[in-house]
Design a protein around this ligand. Structure first.
Ligand SMILES: Cc1cc2nc3c(=O)[nH]c(=O)nc-3n(C[C@H](O)[C@H](O)[C@H](O)COP(=O)(O)O)c2cc1C
Length: 192
């Protein structure tokens, strides 16, 4: 038997990412922790992020129409939560965490050096949805640390050690691999 619960955007689990933006007036970058995020189109490669309408970061994304998605690892959890509990309106989050800004290739906001994957994005559309605005960002550059590449050049999720969130109260890491994609039909990749 199943019971009904308050509707939530729970995809069980949601990823936890760090989005970097640039503040022109303060002349510094900011970091926001987000769990409302997903890849939603292969070609062009598009990511959707849901930022609260009152968040400081929301105005920063709107200003430059650019952001970087940085994928943190489990051992960064303390700084990840810090960036999700304090606002960059008052505090320079780079100066108050172990995160280091490094220049991006194609957008103004910096990447976080310590994160093993960084996705530079340009906003192609924003859609107000209620409490949050959906920003659709085209991935214009994807950086992957060599340390998490397998011998075929694929990204090894286990090495990336990403953080998951159950959307209500706790952080998790991923477990082990279940099977290779297409194992039941001898297919090798979801995309070409
Ligand atoms: C695990 C976690 C997930 C979060 N997910 C979101 C989210 O998806 N959207 C959002 O607007 N805020 C989210 N937040 C809250 C923001 O990170 C938080 O309000 C932050 O302080 C805003 O930073 P800013 O004021 O510098 O923009 C999350 C916080 C945590 C800890």
């Amino acid at each position: 038997m199943k019971v009904e619960r308050k509707p939530l955007p729970l995809v069980c689990p949601n990823p936890v990412i760090l989005v970097t933006t640039q503040d022109k007036k303060k002349n510094r970058a900011n970091i926001i922790t987000l769990t409302l995020v997903g890849g939603i189109c292969w070609n062009p490669p598009i990511i959707g992020i849901g930022i609260g309408v009152n968040q400081y970061s929301k105005g920063l994304v709107e200003h430059f129409k650019e952001f970087v998605v940085n994928i943190p690892s489990a051992e960064m959890i303390k700084d990840v939560e810090f960036c999700g509990l304090v606002s960059g309106r008052e505090i320079d989050k780079f100066a108050n965490t172990g995160f280091t800004p490094v220049s991006s290739t194609k957008v103004k906001p910096p990447m976080i050096k310590e994160c093993l994957m960084n996705l530079e994005c340009k906003v192609i559309k924003s859609i107000p949805l209620g409490s949050n605005i959906l920003f659709l960002g085209e991935v214009v550059c994807l950086h992957v640390d060599e340390s998490i590449l397998d011998n075929k050049g694929g990204i090894n999720l286990e090495e990336a050690n990403p953080i998951m969130f159950n959307l209500t109260n706790s952080y998790w890491r991923i477990g082990g691999k279940i099977a290779a994609y297409g194992f039941s039909q001898s297919k090798e990749s979801l995309i070409d």
